[in-house]
Design a binder for this molecule. Structure first.
Ligand SMILES: Cc1ncc(COP(=O)(O)O)c(C=O)c1O
Length: 375
Protein backbone atom coordinates (compact mmCIF):
# COMPACT_ATOMS: atom_id res chain seq x y z
CA UNK A 1 0.00 0.00 0.00
CA UNK A 2 1.28 3.53 -0.67
CA UNK A 3 2.05 5.70 2.33
CA UNK A 4 -1.14 7.23 3.68
CA UNK A 5 -1.90 10.11 6.05
CA UNK A 6 -5.15 9.20 7.85
CA UNK A 7 -7.57 11.98 8.80
CA UNK A 8 -6.90 11.70 12.55
CA UNK A 9 -9.96 13.54 13.84
CA UNK A 10 -12.45 11.82 11.53
CA UNK A 11 -10.87 8.42 12.33
CA UNK A 12 -11.40 9.02 16.01
CA UNK A 13 -14.93 10.34 15.56
CA UNK A 14 -16.09 7.56 13.27
CA UNK A 15 -14.81 4.98 15.74
CA UNK A 16 -16.31 6.39 18.91
CA UNK A 17 -18.97 9.05 18.29
CA UNK A 18 -21.89 6.60 18.06
CA UNK A 19 -20.90 4.70 21.19
CA UNK A 20 -20.09 7.33 23.79
CA UNK A 21 -22.79 8.64 26.11
CA UNK A 22 -21.77 12.25 25.49
CA UNK A 23 -20.42 13.40 22.16
CA UNK A 24 -18.85 16.85 22.37
CA UNK A 25 -16.58 16.20 19.40
CA UNK A 26 -19.05 17.33 16.74
CA UNK A 27 -18.56 20.88 15.53
CA UNK A 28 -22.15 21.55 14.48
CA UNK A 29 -25.18 22.05 16.69
CA UNK A 30 -27.64 19.43 17.88
CA UNK A 31 -29.16 18.06 14.64
CA UNK A 32 -32.55 19.11 13.27
CA UNK A 33 -35.16 16.32 13.12
CA UNK A 34 -37.07 15.59 9.94
CA UNK A 35 -40.35 16.75 11.47
CA UNK A 36 -38.71 19.98 12.63
CA UNK A 37 -37.38 20.60 9.13
CA UNK A 38 -40.74 20.03 7.47
CA UNK A 39 -42.85 21.87 10.06
CA UNK A 40 -43.64 24.94 7.95
CA UNK A 41 -45.85 23.33 5.31
CA UNK A 42 -47.82 20.01 5.28
CA UNK A 43 -47.33 19.83 1.50
CA UNK A 44 -43.63 19.14 1.97
CA UNK A 45 -44.48 15.58 3.01
CA UNK A 46 -46.60 14.95 -0.10
CA UNK A 47 -43.87 16.43 -2.24
CA UNK A 48 -41.36 14.00 -0.71
CA UNK A 49 -43.70 11.00 -0.90
CA UNK A 50 -44.18 11.57 -4.63
CA UNK A 51 -40.43 11.39 -5.23
CA UNK A 52 -39.26 8.76 -7.66
CA UNK A 53 -36.10 7.34 -6.15
CA UNK A 54 -34.12 8.04 -9.27
CA UNK A 55 -30.69 9.59 -9.70
CA UNK A 56 -31.13 13.32 -9.27
CA UNK A 57 -29.38 15.85 -11.52
CA UNK A 58 -25.77 14.81 -10.99
CA UNK A 59 -24.72 18.40 -10.26
CA UNK A 60 -27.66 18.97 -7.88
CA UNK A 61 -31.37 19.56 -8.56
CA UNK A 62 -32.08 23.01 -10.02
CA UNK A 63 -34.20 24.15 -7.07
CA UNK A 64 -31.36 23.44 -4.66
CA UNK A 65 -28.73 25.04 -6.85
CA UNK A 66 -30.92 28.13 -7.17
CA UNK A 67 -31.33 28.38 -3.40
CA UNK A 68 -27.57 28.00 -2.93
CA UNK A 69 -26.78 30.57 -5.65
CA UNK A 70 -29.08 33.06 -3.91
CA UNK A 71 -26.66 33.05 -0.94
CA UNK A 72 -23.75 34.35 -3.05
CA UNK A 73 -23.66 37.80 -4.67
CA UNK A 74 -23.40 37.48 -8.42
CA UNK A 75 -23.79 33.67 -8.56
CA UNK A 76 -26.34 31.79 -10.66
CA UNK A 77 -27.22 28.11 -10.38
CA UNK A 78 -24.62 27.43 -13.10
CA UNK A 79 -21.92 28.46 -10.64
CA UNK A 80 -22.99 25.74 -8.20
CA UNK A 81 -22.07 22.07 -7.93
CA UNK A 82 -23.82 20.05 -5.21
CA UNK A 83 -21.62 17.42 -3.57
CA UNK A 84 -21.82 14.79 -0.84
CA UNK A 85 -20.93 17.10 2.02
CA UNK A 86 -18.31 19.83 2.04
CA UNK A 87 -15.84 16.99 2.46
CA UNK A 88 -16.36 15.90 -1.14
CA UNK A 89 -16.39 19.51 -2.35
CA UNK A 90 -13.00 20.16 -0.71
CA UNK A 91 -11.60 16.89 -2.00
CA UNK A 92 -12.57 17.09 -5.64
CA UNK A 93 -11.88 20.81 -5.84
CA UNK A 94 -8.34 20.35 -4.58
CA UNK A 95 -7.81 17.34 -6.84
CA UNK A 96 -9.12 19.29 -9.84
CA UNK A 97 -6.86 22.28 -9.39
CA UNK A 98 -3.65 20.76 -8.04
CA UNK A 99 -1.33 17.95 -9.08
CA UNK A 100 1.74 16.47 -7.39
CA UNK A 101 4.36 19.11 -6.65
CA UNK A 102 1.95 22.07 -6.88
CA UNK A 103 2.26 24.60 -4.10
CA UNK A 104 -0.63 25.07 -1.68
CA UNK A 105 -0.73 27.48 1.27
CA UNK A 106 -3.04 26.47 4.12
CA UNK A 107 -4.32 28.48 7.09
CA UNK A 108 -3.60 26.72 10.41
CA UNK A 109 -5.09 25.65 12.74
CA UNK A 110 -7.70 24.13 10.49
CA UNK A 111 -10.05 21.24 9.91
CA UNK A 112 -7.18 19.12 8.65
CA UNK A 113 -8.77 17.64 5.54
CA UNK A 114 -6.96 19.73 2.94
CA UNK A 115 -3.73 19.41 4.92
CA UNK A 116 -4.11 15.60 4.69
CA UNK A 117 -4.99 15.75 0.99
CA UNK A 118 -1.82 17.78 0.43
CA UNK A 119 0.22 15.10 2.20
CA UNK A 120 -1.45 12.18 0.44
CA UNK A 121 -1.14 13.67 -3.03
CA UNK A 122 2.38 15.04 -2.71
CA UNK A 123 1.47 18.70 -2.95
CA UNK A 124 4.05 21.21 -1.83
CA UNK A 125 2.51 22.19 1.51
CA UNK A 126 3.09 25.58 3.09
CA UNK A 127 1.21 27.17 5.98
CA UNK A 128 0.35 30.45 7.66
CA UNK A 129 -1.11 30.76 11.15
CA UNK A 130 -3.88 32.24 13.20
CA UNK A 131 -2.15 33.50 16.34
CA UNK A 132 -3.65 32.77 19.73
CA UNK A 133 -1.69 35.64 21.30
CA UNK A 134 -3.49 37.95 18.89
CA UNK A 135 -7.04 36.66 19.51
CA UNK A 136 -6.57 34.11 16.68
CA UNK A 137 -6.15 36.83 14.04
CA UNK A 138 -4.18 35.67 10.98
CA UNK A 139 -0.49 36.42 10.74
CA UNK A 140 -0.65 38.36 7.49
CA UNK A 141 3.10 39.03 7.37
CA UNK A 142 3.61 35.29 7.45
CA UNK A 143 1.04 34.90 4.67
CA UNK A 144 2.86 37.46 2.53
CA UNK A 145 6.18 35.72 3.06
CA UNK A 146 4.72 32.27 2.41
CA UNK A 147 2.82 32.98 -0.82
CA UNK A 148 5.17 32.85 -3.80
CA UNK A 149 4.88 32.98 -7.57
CA UNK A 150 4.55 29.19 -7.43
CA UNK A 151 1.52 29.22 -5.13
CA UNK A 152 -1.47 27.75 -6.94
CA UNK A 153 -4.03 27.78 -4.14
CA UNK A 154 -4.57 29.37 -0.73
CA UNK A 155 -6.93 27.36 1.49
CA UNK A 156 -8.74 29.19 4.28
CA UNK A 157 -11.52 28.24 6.66
CA UNK A 158 -13.80 31.12 7.68
CA UNK A 159 -15.36 31.13 10.25
CA UNK A 160 -12.50 28.97 11.42
CA UNK A 161 -12.58 25.43 12.74
CA UNK A 162 -11.31 25.00 15.47
CA UNK A 163 -10.92 28.57 16.83
CA UNK A 164 -14.27 30.10 15.80
CA UNK A 165 -12.37 33.16 14.56
CA UNK A 166 -14.09 35.26 11.88
CA UNK A 167 -11.84 37.20 9.50
CA UNK A 168 -12.41 40.95 9.29
CA UNK A 169 -13.17 42.53 5.91
CA UNK A 170 -9.64 43.98 5.88
CA UNK A 171 -8.11 40.54 6.55
CA UNK A 172 -10.18 39.03 3.73
CA UNK A 173 -8.99 41.82 1.40
CA UNK A 174 -5.42 41.10 2.44
CA UNK A 175 -5.79 37.39 1.63
CA UNK A 176 -7.36 38.27 -1.73
CA UNK A 177 -4.48 40.66 -2.46
CA UNK A 178 -1.92 37.95 -1.64
CA UNK A 179 -3.68 35.54 -4.03
CA UNK A 180 -4.13 38.16 -6.73
CA UNK A 181 -0.46 39.11 -6.58
CA UNK A 182 0.47 35.63 -7.86
CA UNK A 183 -2.76 34.57 -9.61
CA UNK A 184 -3.52 31.86 -7.05
CA UNK A 185 -6.96 30.40 -6.34
CA UNK A 186 -8.62 30.85 -2.96
CA UNK A 187 -10.46 27.82 -1.61
CA UNK A 188 -12.69 29.24 1.12
CA UNK A 189 -14.29 26.63 3.34
CA UNK A 190 -17.23 28.59 4.72
CA UNK A 191 -19.30 25.81 6.26
CA UNK A 192 -19.67 27.72 9.55
CA UNK A 193 -21.04 30.86 7.91
CA UNK A 194 -24.45 31.38 9.53
CA UNK A 195 -23.38 30.08 12.94
CA UNK A 196 -22.36 33.51 14.25
CA UNK A 197 -22.72 33.87 18.00
CA UNK A 198 -22.06 37.56 18.52
CA UNK A 199 -23.94 39.07 15.60
CA UNK A 200 -26.92 38.35 13.34
CA UNK A 201 -24.75 39.42 10.42
CA UNK A 202 -23.82 36.39 8.35
CA UNK A 203 -20.08 36.05 7.71
CA UNK A 204 -19.53 37.30 4.15
CA UNK A 205 -18.22 34.93 1.50
CA UNK A 206 -14.95 35.28 -0.36
CA UNK A 207 -17.05 34.62 -3.45
CA UNK A 208 -17.37 37.82 -5.50
CA UNK A 209 -14.25 39.45 -4.01
CA UNK A 210 -11.94 38.02 -6.65
CA UNK A 211 -12.52 35.95 -9.77
CA UNK A 212 -10.49 32.90 -8.69
CA UNK A 213 -12.52 31.94 -5.62
CA UNK A 214 -14.00 28.54 -4.82
CA UNK A 215 -16.51 28.90 -1.98
CA UNK A 216 -17.42 25.69 -0.17
CA UNK A 217 -20.55 25.34 1.96
CA UNK A 218 -22.67 22.63 3.53
CA UNK A 219 -25.91 21.93 5.35
CA UNK A 220 -23.97 20.18 8.13
CA UNK A 221 -22.94 22.99 10.47
CA UNK A 222 -24.85 26.26 10.16
CA UNK A 223 -28.04 24.34 9.33
CA UNK A 224 -27.73 21.45 11.79
CA UNK A 225 -28.35 18.90 9.01
CA UNK A 226 -25.19 16.78 8.77
CA UNK A 227 -27.22 13.65 8.00
CA UNK A 228 -28.31 15.06 4.66
CA UNK A 229 -24.70 14.85 3.50
CA UNK A 230 -25.17 17.87 1.25
CA UNK A 231 -22.35 20.25 0.45
CA UNK A 232 -21.50 22.47 -2.46
CA UNK A 233 -18.87 24.49 -4.24
CA UNK A 234 -19.54 27.84 -5.91
CA UNK A 235 -17.03 28.90 -8.56
CA UNK A 236 -16.67 30.16 -12.15
CA UNK A 237 -18.80 28.09 -14.56
CA UNK A 238 -15.95 26.44 -16.48
CA UNK A 239 -14.20 25.49 -13.22
CA UNK A 240 -17.47 24.07 -11.88
CA UNK A 241 -17.62 21.91 -14.99
CA UNK A 242 -14.08 20.62 -14.36
CA UNK A 243 -14.91 19.79 -10.73
CA UNK A 244 -18.21 18.18 -11.77
CA UNK A 245 -16.22 15.81 -14.02
CA UNK A 246 -14.37 14.57 -10.88
CA UNK A 247 -17.65 14.28 -8.97
CA UNK A 248 -18.76 11.70 -11.57
CA UNK A 249 -15.86 9.52 -10.44
CA UNK A 250 -16.35 9.92 -6.69
CA UNK A 251 -20.07 9.79 -5.88
CA UNK A 252 -22.01 10.61 -9.10
CA UNK A 253 -24.47 12.58 -6.98
CA UNK A 254 -25.91 13.13 -3.55
CA UNK A 255 -29.26 11.35 -3.07
CA UNK A 256 -32.50 12.67 -4.55
CA UNK A 257 -34.13 12.88 -1.12
CA UNK A 258 -31.24 14.84 0.31
CA UNK A 259 -31.31 17.21 -2.64
CA UNK A 260 -35.01 17.84 -2.02
CA UNK A 261 -34.67 18.20 1.75
CA UNK A 262 -31.73 20.58 1.36
CA UNK A 263 -33.74 22.65 -1.14
CA UNK A 264 -36.43 23.00 1.53
CA UNK A 265 -33.87 23.87 4.24
CA UNK A 266 -32.29 26.58 2.09
CA UNK A 267 -35.61 28.02 0.85
CA UNK A 268 -36.50 31.60 1.76
CA UNK A 269 -39.33 30.22 3.90
CA UNK A 270 -37.36 27.77 6.05
CA UNK A 271 -33.76 28.97 6.06
CA UNK A 272 -34.12 31.90 8.52
CA UNK A 273 -35.76 29.62 11.08
CA UNK A 274 -33.01 27.00 10.84
CA UNK A 275 -30.21 29.59 11.04
CA UNK A 276 -31.87 31.14 14.10
CA UNK A 277 -32.08 27.69 15.69
CA UNK A 278 -28.33 27.21 15.18
CA UNK A 279 -27.56 30.59 16.70
CA UNK A 280 -29.85 29.84 19.65
CA UNK A 281 -27.85 26.68 20.36
CA UNK A 282 -24.50 28.46 20.17
CA UNK A 283 -25.72 31.44 22.20
CA UNK A 284 -27.25 29.33 24.96
CA UNK A 285 -24.49 26.74 25.04
CA UNK A 286 -21.47 29.04 25.14
CA UNK A 287 -22.21 30.71 28.52
CA UNK A 288 -22.58 27.25 30.08
CA UNK A 289 -19.14 26.26 28.84
CA UNK A 290 -17.68 29.63 29.80
CA UNK A 291 -19.03 29.40 33.37
CA UNK A 292 -17.74 25.85 33.65
CA UNK A 293 -14.25 26.92 32.51
CA UNK A 294 -14.30 29.94 34.83
CA UNK A 295 -15.12 27.63 37.74
CA UNK A 296 -11.84 25.79 37.04
CA UNK A 297 -9.47 28.51 38.06
CA UNK A 298 -6.15 28.60 36.15
CA UNK A 299 -7.13 25.48 34.21
CA UNK A 300 -8.18 26.79 30.79
CA UNK A 301 -7.37 29.76 28.55
CA UNK A 302 -9.91 30.43 25.87
CA UNK A 303 -10.40 33.15 23.30
CA UNK A 304 -14.19 33.15 22.90
CA UNK A 305 -15.23 31.89 19.45
CA UNK A 306 -17.11 34.48 17.37
CA UNK A 307 -18.93 31.75 15.42
CA UNK A 308 -19.21 27.92 15.31
CA UNK A 309 -20.39 25.67 18.15
CA UNK A 310 -16.88 24.76 19.29
CA UNK A 311 -14.31 26.17 21.71
CA UNK A 312 -10.60 25.61 21.23
CA UNK A 313 -9.12 25.94 24.70
CA UNK A 314 -5.59 25.66 26.01
CA UNK A 315 -5.48 23.67 29.24
CA UNK A 316 -2.95 23.97 32.04
CA UNK A 317 -2.73 20.50 33.52
CA UNK A 318 -0.01 18.08 32.78
CA UNK A 319 -1.13 15.45 30.30
CA UNK A 320 -0.83 15.03 26.54
CA UNK A 321 -4.05 15.98 24.73
CA UNK A 322 -4.53 12.61 23.03
CA UNK A 323 -3.98 10.75 26.28
CA UNK A 324 -6.47 13.04 28.04
CA UNK A 325 -9.21 12.61 25.43
CA UNK A 326 -8.64 8.85 25.22
CA UNK A 327 -9.03 8.54 28.97
CA UNK A 328 -12.12 10.74 28.85
CA UNK A 329 -13.64 8.51 26.19
CA UNK A 330 -12.78 5.26 27.92
CA UNK A 331 -13.35 6.18 31.54
CA UNK A 332 -16.14 8.79 31.29
CA UNK A 333 -17.77 8.02 27.94
CA UNK A 334 -17.32 11.62 26.73
CA UNK A 335 -15.77 12.39 23.35
CA UNK A 336 -13.90 15.65 22.67
CA UNK A 337 -11.10 16.38 20.20
CA UNK A 338 -7.44 16.54 21.25
CA UNK A 339 -5.33 19.48 20.12
CA UNK A 340 -2.93 16.90 18.69
CA UNK A 341 -5.39 16.46 15.81
CA UNK A 342 -4.64 20.06 14.87
CA UNK A 343 -0.92 19.72 15.57
CA UNK A 344 -1.42 21.67 18.84
CA UNK A 345 -0.93 19.65 21.99
CA UNK A 346 -2.25 21.10 25.29
CA UNK A 347 -5.42 22.24 23.55
CA UNK A 348 -8.82 20.56 23.38
CA UNK A 349 -11.79 21.28 21.13
CA UNK A 350 -15.12 21.07 22.93
CA UNK A 351 -18.54 21.40 21.36
CA UNK A 352 -21.14 23.52 23.16
CA UNK A 353 -24.02 23.50 20.65
CA UNK A 354 -25.95 20.87 22.58
CA UNK A 355 -29.07 20.85 24.77
CA UNK A 356 -28.36 22.35 28.18
CA UNK A 357 -28.75 19.16 30.27
CA UNK A 358 -26.64 17.13 27.90
CA UNK A 359 -23.86 19.72 27.88
CA UNK A 360 -23.89 20.16 31.66
CA UNK A 361 -23.73 16.41 32.33
CA UNK A 362 -20.88 15.95 29.88
CA UNK A 363 -18.92 18.84 31.41
CA UNK A 364 -19.47 17.33 34.89
CA UNK A 365 -17.76 14.18 33.69
CA UNK A 366 -14.83 16.12 32.24
CA UNK A 367 -14.58 17.85 35.61
CA UNK A 368 -14.40 14.46 37.35
CA UNK A 369 -11.43 13.40 35.22
CA UNK A 370 -9.62 16.69 35.82
CA UNK A 371 -10.08 16.21 39.58
CA UNK A 372 -8.73 12.66 39.34
CA UNK A 373 -5.74 13.83 37.30
CA UNK A 374 -4.89 16.43 39.91
CA UNK A 375 -4.97 13.72 42.54
C1 LIG B 1 -14.24 23.19 8.05
C2 LIG B 1 -14.98 21.95 7.68
N1 LIG B 1 -15.13 21.65 6.39
C3 LIG B 1 -15.80 20.54 6.00
C4 LIG B 1 -16.33 19.67 6.93
C5 LIG B 1 -17.07 18.47 6.46
O1 LIG B 1 -18.44 18.79 6.43
P1 LIG B 1 -19.56 17.97 5.70
O2 LIG B 1 -20.37 17.32 6.77
O3 LIG B 1 -20.36 19.02 4.96
O4 LIG B 1 -18.93 17.01 4.78
C6 LIG B 1 -16.18 19.94 8.29
C7 LIG B 1 -16.69 19.00 9.31
O5 LIG B 1 -16.44 19.09 10.48
C8 LIG B 1 -15.48 21.11 8.68
O6 LIG B 1 -15.31 21.43 9.96
Amino acid sequence: MPEFQPFAMERMMSRFEQDVEYNLSESGVHPVSLSELLADDPDYINHLLATELNYPHVNGIPELRQNIAALYDGATMNNVLVTVGAIEANYITTRTLLGAGDEIVIMLPNYMQIWGIAKNHNLKLKTFHLRQDNGWAPDLDELNETVTRDTKLIAVCNPNNPTGYVLTGAEMDHIVAAAERVGAWILADEVYSGSERLTDQQTPSFYGRYDKVLAVGSTSKAYGLPGLRIGWVVAPVDTIDDIWARHEYTTISATILSNKLAAIALSAQVRPRIIQRTRDYTRKGYPILQRWMDSHENTFSLTPPQATAIAFARYHFDINSTEFTERLCKEKSVLIVPGDHFGMDRFVRISFGRPQDYLTSALDRIHDLIVELRG
